[in-house]
Design a protein around this ligand. Structure first.
Ligand SMILES: *Cc1c(COP(=O)(O)O)cnc(C)c1O
Length: 382
């Protein structure tokens, strides 16, 4: 099966992990600091705080906002459930904004329409790896005094107006799950230019205790104090060493993903009933996903099943979050809130894209997809 996404692990990644296994520190050690510094440098941000996964990164960012019960946070409907779940973790209410039909990025007009006097923050999701309209989002955040959080789990390595993702919001959250731009197995991080936020995030990831074991060992003290309710969301040195090694390859891999996307664009231009998402100007894309939108008279699930039967691991990202049973049944979110996201959900398909994918793989996927979409035409030509 050709998967829709896949990690790349080279010998030097393995060496980096083995080196940590032979060292004194398996967690809260120097490899975490080294990874955080590299991530801050790579994104041009002042601080990076590594955590155990991308969901923990979102939870930590939400916790720093000090929401009161019933405070609202606007999130796009077209995202992974974790984006909205993080709002629930801190007692907030996720309010869903619709997306633009051509990019599936959150529609700033829909956000503004949903802002109320309970709104405290906006979460932008760089869907598929393409950065949102941050200029407009920043204007909205400033106008209504809201925090701007980026769920950048898809977009590490992308830029907006020549600024790297990681610096475009007050806090930017990353995931290092194996399908994401770089991996630590499980892992996540928050980048920010606000050192006070970074301090609170570090405290939150370690039980709400402001010093870590290594600091206390270095200072020769035993006492520590827990000043707020935190979690154990630390990243281990084993994971961080893998992340540091992977991060060195990010630019090469992003360029490789861009070439694969270009090849898809070229080949799919000849295929009817199938439209890639729009590339918006003034930004570069990290290409976590390559998403096409099928014509409304095509049964997407039939195409999905046929491609899977052929060994092509296509996928669907995402069911609008509020359509999940938990949001509908436990929280009472009605269907139909975001008509563009719901219409898109019926028609989208994520095609395989990952750095090690070959041009022949892309040709094969496009050939099989074209056969699904115009079966009689292909049979006549064959
Ligand atoms: C992957 C992902 C997450 C969650 O990251 P994990 O590391 O799996 O917890 C959150 N939001 C989006 C948009 C994602 O793609």
């Amino acid at each position: 099966m050709l998967p829709y996404g896949r990690q790349q692990i080279d010998d030097d990644d393995i060496e980096a992990v083995v080196e940590v296994l032979r060292s004194d520190w398996l967690t809260t050690g120097p490899a975490v600091e080294r990874f955080e510094t590299a991530l801050a440098n790579s994104t041009g941000s002042v601080e990076a705080v590594a955590v155990s996964n991308g969901t923990a990164a979102l939870h930590a960012a939400m916790s720093v906002l000090d929401l009161s019960p019933g405070d609202e946070v606007i999130v796009p409907a077209m995202t992974f459930a974790a984006t909205a779940n993080a709002v629930l973790y801190v007692g907030g209410r996720p309010v869903f904004a619709d997306v633009c039909p051509n990019s599936l990025l959150v529609d700033p007009e829909s956000i503004e329409y949903r802002i109320s006097d309970r709104t405290r923050a906006i979460v932008a999701v760089d869907y598929a790896g393409q950065p949102c309209n941050y200029q407009r989002l920043r204007e909205l955040a400033d106008k209504y005094h809201l925090a701007l959080i980026a769920d950048a789990c898809h977009s590490l390595g992308a830029t907006y107006g020549n600024q790297p993702v990681g610096t475009l919001a007050d806090m930017s959250c990353f995931s290092f799950h194996p399908v994401k731009p770089v991996t630590t197995g499980e892992g996540g991080a928050i980048t920010t230019n606000d050192t006070a936020f970074a301090g609170r995030l570090r405290c939150f990831r370690s039980h709400g205790i402001s010093s870590d074991f290594r600091q206390r060992a270095r200072d020769g003290v035993h006492a520590y104090s827990m000043s707020e309710l935190g979690y154990n969301y630390r990243m281990s040195d084993i994971h961080a060493a893998l992340g540091f090694s992977q991060l060195g390859k990010l630019n090469t891999w992003t360029a490789r993903r861009e070439r694969i996307a270009l090849k898809y664009d070229q080949l799919l231009a000849e295929v009817e009933k199938c439209e890639p998402l729009s590339r918006l100007s003034g930004r570069t894309n990290a290409w976590h996903l390559y998403v096409v939108r099928l014509a409304s008279d095509v049964n997407r699930d039939d195409v999905f099943a046929e491609l899977r039967r052929k060994g092509i691991g296509c996928n669907v990202h995402y069911l609008p979050v509020y359509r999940h049973p938990y949001y509908q049944e436990a929280l009472g979110h009605p269907s139909g809130q975001c008509p563009e996201a719901e219409a898109a959900y019926q028609q989208i398909l994520s095609l395989p894209i990952f750095p090690a994918m070959t041009e022949e793989d892309v040709e094969w996927v496009c050939h099989e997809l074209a056969k699904c979409l115009v079966p009689s035409g292909i049979r006549a030509a064959a």
